[in-house]
Design a binder for this molecule. Sequence first.
Ligand code: MG
Length: 413
Amino acid sequence: MGRGTGARPTLSLASTGRPDCHQDQGSLVGFELVRVSVPLIAPWASSAGTFSQRDSLLVRAVLRFRGDRGAANEVEGWGECPALPGPTYSAEYTAGAQDVSERYLVPALLRKSVACVAGVAPALAGVKGHNMAKTAFEAALMDAELVAGGVRMADFLGGQSRTGAVVADSVAAGVAIGLSGSLGELLDEVALRLEEGYRRVKLKVRPGWDVEPVGAVRERWPALVLFADANGSYGRLPMGQAAEQLARLDGYGLSCLEQPLGDDDLAGHAELARRLGTPLCLDEALTSPGAIVSALRVGACSVVNIKAGRLGGYLEAVRAHDLCVEQRVPVWCGGMVETGIARAANLALASLPGFCLPGDLSATGRFFEVDLAGPMALRPDGTIAVPSGAGLGVPVDQEAISRFSTSRTWWPR
Ligand code: MG
């Protein structure tokens, strides 16, 4: 089995780039669920909790194709569920994603023999929520299918977009910095990241850690592109107090303030947007393209963070991108401290033209000493090249996956 070596079958791509499931020459062999625990270089802290091991669920999809001379050829693809170890960013968490995958998602995909990316969402439509777990299966099948067809993920996603624009060959990198222990530690870390070549920094904030850190970073680097992300933590304050405190950030030239209030508080965000000078961006609240439409309609945000996992897959992320482009709303690609498997796919997504703000797209080496796929290097101009190979476009490190795996199960059993 390979990731595109040997007799390469042809994959029918219609003019839109959408693979046709009905004419698909591949068949589903099965899925492997791989739970990994990958050590972080340093603990990651935000209002959504702290962890020092990235406990993640990976999906390996295996498809079988018939080559030109009738020989069977198996191709594998990889996807990553970006749910955090605990239910602190959203209700999803890694062990829960594994459970719903084993009980519901895998059986549904096997029952319908889904062997192409376009078939995933319809097959899983009967399962409510669990968008991040669903995304892992969509991504794995997409990778396998594109590897088989010799198609770059960025080109495939670009072909899915109604905007019809050419995808970029590189994207602006950005680094998110977790809650720091002290101002000194924070300034040291920002300095380190800028030295590494990052041109945009996102600071995690929460009540009690906001004006001082943002002000200190801005004072030292007046021209830096700076975001702040509250992960909903001001939702526990009365609106007047939250607005008053957050208005103190207005003078620091933030490109956006992300998700200050609770996930479902669109009205609160709309009120805050009217009271603040800083543009508001939503993250946790935007769980579907429909939710983005609702948020924009009520004025709850003017910038959108697109995360494929939160939206239920890369095809939904392209839909979200398209509607934001049509509404002239700037978007950027969010991150979940993922391994290189999801980050490679995110680079492909962020190559679409609506991603006009730098995202949480950091290079190999930002989070992990040993990553699971890559390398993806930061270039001197602060960008990362969009992977150029088929599918994910970067090598997946099978040895590292084996080393960090805590369980592996093959389906059908
Ligand atoms: Mg966020």
